[in-house]
Design a protein around this ligand. Structure first.
Ligand SMILES: NC(=O)c1ccc[n+]([C@@H]2O[C@H](COP(=O)([O-])OP(=O)(O)OC[C@H]3O[C@@H](n4cnc5c(N)ncnc54)[C@H](OP(=O)(O)O)[C@@H]3O)[C@@H](O)[C@H]2O)c1
Length: 331
């Protein structure tokens, strides 16, 4: 069996380019005891993948010529692992490729009764829906009636975070780039207001959308957007740092918030988190999101690009903003 995989060919300086990656074909060796042969169905395109292109990255560093890390869902073609059989759907660290041969212990068997398997990359996904849910409920502790602002709101984590906050009874304002995304936030995701950070006067737009101030900021972007929101936080606001996608392609040090003194002035807090902190609650979190989806209270926002050759372009899209909802590649 042959696999086509995406490998890193050069370390990007600043913006990641499609030319930093290339495709190679490789023959997979026969299965060993405990291993499973997989046909990959969906790959998750995540911001953390870009960070693995740098030396000393938090999630590990990809070597030059080495396959690119990616989480995904797959179908079992054959198995030498007790507990997994041909036809089962699984989730795991597939790598950006069409087929894989992995130890069965690295895979999670998926339930497909209620939601499709790819939901485990999107609304039920660790780096998407679960991150949004944990951040909003456990870290921001959103209360009914709170005014909640979400950055990169039309993206994967952001579109889920907006929906979690709506379901908790908050008034939700999404920040995204461009008129099409503002329209998407208002008409598809159910935001009460939306702000276009690429249009002039971000501070004025925020003030118009949240005239009584901001109780929770769920930040995926950092940089200038974080600074603008800090100016308008309320007493006891919670600023939750989920990520800082505007900073991942910077060379050298990141741009920190210059308006951070609003935190003590407003008796506010700024808290960061990784979803891994909530590993004991994963099953409970997935159950809560599934209930909302089945009750029609939570959409499955996703965009799927077809073909493994589209993976490099999809990864650059995360930083140029060309997608809405959870971005995946179906190899
Ligand atoms: N804490 C955790 O455990 C955890 C887990 C998973 C992900 N995350 C974080 O969650 C964030 C979102 O990740 P995701 O996978 O869901 O990606 P995503 O939101 O689907 O894609 C990234 C979005 O960020 C926006 N963006 C990119 N560069 C920007 C810039 N310079 N300024 C403003 N906006 C910019 C783009 O939207 P626009 O078109 O609107 O610009 C793009 O669509 C990332 O920061 C990631 O690191 C954290």
């Amino acid at each position: 069996m042959k696999t086509t995989k995406v490998v890193l060919t050069s370390r990007p300086e600043g913006s990641v380019q499609e030319s930093d990656m290339s495709l190679i074909d490789e023959e997979l060796a026969p299965l060993e005891p405990g291993e499973v042969l997989l046909e990959i169905e969906h790959l998750s395109v995540d911001a953390f993948i870009r960070t693995t292109f740098d030396e000393g990255a938090f999630h590990g560093t990809a070597g030059i010529g080495q396959p690119i890390m990616a989480l995904g869902t797959a179908r079992v073609l054959s198995s030498q692992f007790e507990g997994l059989n041909q036809g089962d759907a699984v989730f795991g660290p597939m790598g950006a490729q069409t087929h894989a041969k992995l130890p069965g212990v690295m895979l999670q068997k998926l339930e497909e009764k209620e939601l499709p398997a790819r939901s485990y990359l999107g609304v039920l996904g660790l780096a998407t829906g679960m991150t949004a849910y944990a951040g909003m409920t456990r870290v921001a502790e959103v209360q009914e009636g709170n005014t909640v602002v979400v950055s990169a709101a039309a993206g994967a984590v952001g579109s889920c975070a907006c929906q979690v906050a709506k379901n908790l009874g908050a008034r939700v304002i999404g920040i995204a780039g461009g008129a099409a995304k503002v329209d998407y936030l208002l008409n598809e995701i159910g935001c009460d207001a939306a702000v276009d950070y690429k249009a002039p006067d971000l501070e004025g737009q925020l003030l118009a959308a949240a005239p009584d101030g901001i109780d929770v900021f769920f930040d995926n972007v950092g940089g200038a957007i974080l600074d603008a929101v800090l100016l308008q936080i309320n007493e006891r606001a919670r600023v939750v740092i989920c990520g800082a996608v505007s900073q991942y392609e910077r060379t050298g040090s990141v741009y920190g918030p210059t308006n951070y003194l609003k935190i003590p002035e407003r008796n506010a807090s700024m808290l960061g988190f990784t979803v891994m902190r909530f590993h004991e609650e994963y099953a409970e979190i997935q159950e809560s999101i599934t209930e909302w989806v089945l009750a029609g209270k939570f959409k499955l926002p996703e965009q799927i690009e077809s073909g493994i050759d589209q993976f490099p372009r999809a990864l650059t899209m995360l930083f140029s903003g060309g997608h809405m909802g959870k971005l995946m590649v179906a190899p």
